[in-house]
Design a binder for this molecule. Structure first.
Ligand code: FAD
Ligand code: NAD
Length: 483
């Protein structure tokens, strides 16, 4: 460790570590400070690699294969005999993937000349041209003051806790606890039908749990396009996820090894018992020990670090990125902001396009979107035209046994410009990247109509959705809307 760097990054999650790597590539002297200890070892990669995106996807994959082996292979004429799940082995696989990736990040930092400092970083003085950061080592709690020309704050977020369902790490857990159940709960309660509730609820349902999801809002998946949310509600119900909207949990307590959840709907109260309860009602920016009281960095009234579109804070030379600042709490958004901040420090002028950040929910089928949904486009005053195409008429989807869902495009009827793409389909998360690229290049619906999509692919449904926006999808009957 040196006592002076060009750049100090506080936080080694996807936002912080990518920023540090990019700065190393650009020849800056860089330290990346992270206090995370995962399963007894200091670990880079933040929430995303240790207890977020990656472990959840590992479990989604394992549980999907288990379900497919039980219920789908027979349709192909494949018999398997009795299928069983070894939860310990599944968790071992997840840990191996996490370790491979977090170890890989450590190697990348080293290879790019970045010093990984294991401990807490606190911005003590942000005002002058030499910023001061206090580093408190994990190993011996020793304190060192480091100076830096630039600082990037990337301390991420933590789960929101609610007083009516306090986590105890055993029966009532947050998302981190729900990645490590050592056996399949017979009955699982989930508070919050958001991204985590749907993904982790799906994991344990596929493995055999009876899952009840409590959602306080009257509308299911309020952020998604209404057609997508409706289809998702139907499909999840068929899969056995019991999603109860407009239902508020008013108490949860552990009695005789069971979690008794009290909930209220339309003025009526009821109690239900579960083996485990996951609380996933959102995340909040995390800034414990990050900022000395008088360091001069402004926060918003929601406790986020206040930044402009370029992630600049209220102090010159100090940037803040990722879950710590406004915008969606997504790893790819954090990564792009980290790179933007570093390149701006280096004198370049990149800009994150916040209008084309993709959302994906990794259920089966996946749900994904980019840009405006139909209602948002109408609310913004667009004269909207939309088109959608069902996967039930897509040959590849049927061949894969995945003829569920649809792909939808939303466009400005006056200019024909693509405003959004929405998918609930196999591989939706990849599919909507086509919408993202098209929107970045200000494409029209006609552009998508004129391109040749390979057959048979699920992407053909993007082509058909674009054709359908003008009433001319081929594999759907649209005679009345014909031009
Ligand atoms: P973080 O990843 O939270 O990293 C911040 C790091 O800073 C942490 O390691 C923390 O220990 C460290 N730190 C904090 N304060 C200090 C300090 N003072 N000193 C030193 N170190 C400090 N997003 C997606 O895009 N796709 C997904 O599929 C997805 N799945 C998810 C699944 C789950 C279960 C969860 C919980 C989240 C998921 N997310 C997903 C969200 C994603 O993980 C976050 O948006 C992303 O990790 C944010 O990155 P970040 O760098 O801002 O912060
Ligand atoms: P979320 O905001 O997606 O969903 C929380 C849900 O809980 C909302 O529907 C909300 O209405 C509901 N809720 C809030 N308080 C409640 C209460 N008291 N009772 C019942 N319901 C209540 O939050 P999350 O699922 O916790 O995820 C946190 C963050 O992590 C999200 O911002 C998301 O972006 C990120 N994440 C992303 C992915 C992904 O990209 N695939 C996966 C997991 C997490």
């Amino acid at each position: 460790m040196k006592d002076n760097y060009d750049l100090v990054v506080i936080g080694g999650g996807p936002g912080g570590y990518e920023a540090a790597i990019r700065a190393g590539q650009l020849g800056m002297s860089v330290a990346c400070i992270d206090k995370r200890v995962y399963k007894g070892e200091p670990a880079l990669g933040g929430t995303c690699l240790n207890v977020g995106c990656i472990p959840s996807k590992a479990l989604l994959e394992s549980s999907h294969r288990y379900e497919a082996a039980q219920h789908e292979l027979a349709d192909h004429g494949i018999s398997t005999g009795e299928v069983s799940i070894d939860v310990a082995k599944m968790l071992e696989r997840k840990e191996a993937i996490v370790k491979q990736l977090t170890g890989g990040v450590a190697m990348l930092l080293k290879g790019n000349g970045v010093d990984w400092l294991q401990g807490w970083g606190t911005l003590v003085d942000a005002k002058g041209s030499d910023k001061k950061v206090k580093f408190t080592a994990l190993e011996d709690e020793s304190e060192t003051t480091i100076t830096a020309k630039y600082v990037i704050l990337a301390s991420g977020s933590v789960p929101i806790e609610i007083p009516v369902a306090k986590t105890d790490g055993e029966h009532i857990v947050d998302s981190t606890g729900a990645l490590d159940f050592t056996e399949v709960p017979k009955r699982l309660g989930v508070i919050g039908a958001g991204v985590i509730g749907l993904e982790l609820g799906s994991v344990w349902r596929r493995l055999g749990a009876e899952v009840v999801v409590y959602e306080a809002l009257p509308e299911f998946l309020a952020a998604a396009d209404k057609d997508v949310a409706k289809e998702a509600g139907k499909l999840f119900k068929k899969q056995g996820l019991d999603i109860r909207v407009n239902t508020k949990v008013t108490n949860a307590e552990v009695k005789d090894g069971q979690v008794v959840v009290t909930s209220e709907k339309d003025g009526e109260t009821s109690d239900e018992s579960f083996d485990k309860l996951i609380v996933c009602v959102g995340r909040r920016a995390y800034s414990e020990k990050l900022l000395a009281d008088d360091c001069g960095i402004k926060l918003t009234d929601r406790g986020l670090v206040d930044v402009n579109e370029q992630c600049k804070t209220s102090q010159d030379g100090v940037y803040a990125i990722g879950d710590l600042v406004r915008g969606p709490m997504l790893a790819h958004k954090a990564m792009e902001e980290g790179m933007m901040a570093v390149e701006r420090i280096h004198g370049e002028k990149p800009q994150v396009n916040y209008d084309t950040i993709i959302n994906v929910i990794y259920t089966h089928p996946e749900i994904a979107w980019v840009g405006l949904n139909e209602q948002e486009a109408k609310d913004q005053g667009y004269d909207v035209k939309s088109g959608s195409f069902s996967l039930a008429a897509n040959g590849r989807a049927l061949a894969q046994g995945e003829g569920q869902g649809f792909i939808k495009v939303v466009a400005d009827a006056k200019t024909d410009r693509l405003l959004g793409m929405h998918a609930i389909s196999a591989g939706a998360g990849d599919i909507v990247h086509q919408g993202m690229i098209a929107m970045e290049f200000v494409s029209s619906i006609e552009d998508l109509q004129l391109m040749t999509f390979a057959h048979p692919t699920i992407s053909e449904a993007v082509h058909e959705a674009a054709l359908s926006a003008d009433g001319r999808a081929i594999h759907a009957i649209q005679r009345k809307k014909r031009k």
